[in-house]
Design a protein around this ligand. Structure first.
Ligand code: FES
Length: 413
């Protein structure tokens, strides 16, 4: 039987293969330089793993990206027909989506931005939290390279886990928690943790020697995040003449959710609303605003009002100064660069309809990431109390086991 990709990657080096084939108690020494886990007076090194959905870096990667995306029942619940409908929809959509990526320069910038944010955050953390240094940056995407399994395998190659212990933080880059996004990424991380380090730490690897995980699972109203959004909004508002500046309507736009997910009790709509309200408070409630939702796919009911409809209706009513604010993603991606910029704003033909820059390389934002990470490491908690609560309508065994696993990591920290 062919090895799965991460296992194949670990096995590429003969010494690694020997390590994989060795009895558990002998699986201690991989060929890559070991990470020192027990330096006197140090809790480091610490792996900082930024989780996100990811995007295809080239148009050739679009097909694989879409097939993973539509196979994920946590993100797009298609029920028992997932295995049939998922590949069908992704195959049908691939040529259209490839054209969209071609129109934004041939691929998504999300990997570049995520790797930059992770590296810059770790540089700050090394200074701010020397006791948990060095902080090693990783990115784990759900649907595009670097995939969760490849990042996990890389961490093992770098000397974390596999009998050597070590500390890792799964840091969601979705500030507002949804079971479709952060939940899905954590389900995937838990799955690969079991496959690569033994089932719930009680199988192939002694729990003491497995990677000790904690999770930053949500941060919708972190002051640094709020400040970074507010500064970018103020910069865009400054482009309007002073007499029109305070009456421009702010349209906060977040990725929508199917109503089946909302009605299951997903926390995302409430947490996105919390971010919007915190940003508006920071800005002195000067401008009128609405929260609207974008990127609906397929014929089922999704959370609205839809961003495109809202822009259209406001303009029809005579409100032409509109500022779109992407509020639920931390870097540019197809939904900002194509859907908002080219489709929605482009089609208005109006210079008075603008979009706020995404957080991308904002130093305020990267400082916020480092502040969050430092507080998390100091807190000694494995995940927030909120993460252990399942949605009232959740029937997923995967959710249940994943939440149990991350909560139980508390005993290891
Ligand atoms: Fe929300 Fe399972 S769907 S916890």
């Amino acid at each position: 039987m062919a090895l799965s990709r991460p296992l194949a990657r670990l096995a590429r080096c003969p010494q690694n293969l020997a390590a994989l084939q060795a009895p558990v108690h002998q699986r201690r020494h991989f060929a890559s330089p070991p990470v020192t886990q027990n330096a006197t007076g140090s809790k480091g090194p610490t792996a900082m793993v930024l989780l996100n959905m990811g995007g295809p870096s080239t148009t050739d990667e679009v097909g694989d990206f879409l097939s993973r995306l539509f196979a994920d029942g946590d993100l797009i619940p298609l029920g028992r027909l997932q295995g049939y409908l998922g590949p069908l929809i992704s195959r049908r959509r691939t040529p259209k989506i490839q054209k969209q990526y071609a129109a934004i320069g041939g691929g998504s910038p999300i990997r570049r931005w995520s790797e930059y944010q992770a590296a810059e955050m770790c540089k700050l953390l090394d200074k701010m939290s020397p006791e948990t240094a060095p902080h090693k940056p990783y990115v784990a995407f759900r649907y595009a390279a670097p995939l969760t399994e490849d990042t996990y395998a890389q961490m093992l190659e770098d000397g974390f886990g596999q009998g050597r212990g070590g500390r890792a933080v799964a840091f969601t880059q979705y500030p507002q928690y949804s079971c479709s996004t952060t939940g899905s990424s954590l389900n995937e991380l838990w799955k690969w943790r079991n496959r690569l380090e033994g089932k719930r730490g009680s199988g192939e690897v002694d729990p003491q020697g497995a990677i000790k995980w904690s999770v930053i699972d949500r941060w919708p109203v972190h002051p640094g995040l709020v400040e970074a959004f507010a500064q970018n909004i103020e910069a865009r508002l400054a482009e309007y003449p002073p007499e029109r500046r305070d009456s421009a309507v702010l349209l906060f736009s977040a990725h929508s959710l199917p109503m089946s997910v909302v009605n299951r009790g997903d926390p995302y709509p409430a947490e996105v609303s919390a971010t919007v309200y915190a940003v508006m408070q920071r800005m002195g409630m000067r401008n009128p605003y609405r929260l609207v939702w974008q990127s609906q796919v397929g014929p089922s009911a999704w959370l609205g009002a839809q961003t495109a409809d809202a822009v259209h209706e406001f303009i029809k009513k005579g409100q032409k100064d509109l500022v779109l604010v992407p509020i639920a993603f931390t870097s540019d991606h197809i939904e900002t660069l194509y859907e908002l910029d080219q489709e929605i704003i482009g089609e208005t033909g109006l210079d008075s309809v603008k979009r706020v820059e995404s957080l991308n390389g904002s130093p305020v934002f990267i400082q916020a990431l480092a502040d969050l990470a430092k507080s998390h490491l100091e807190s000694g908690i494995s995940c927030s109390p909120q993460m252990s609560l399942r949605c009232p309508g959740c029937t997923s065994e995967r959710c249940l086991e994943q939440k149990k696993f991350f909560a139980a990591q508390q005993a290891q920290l």
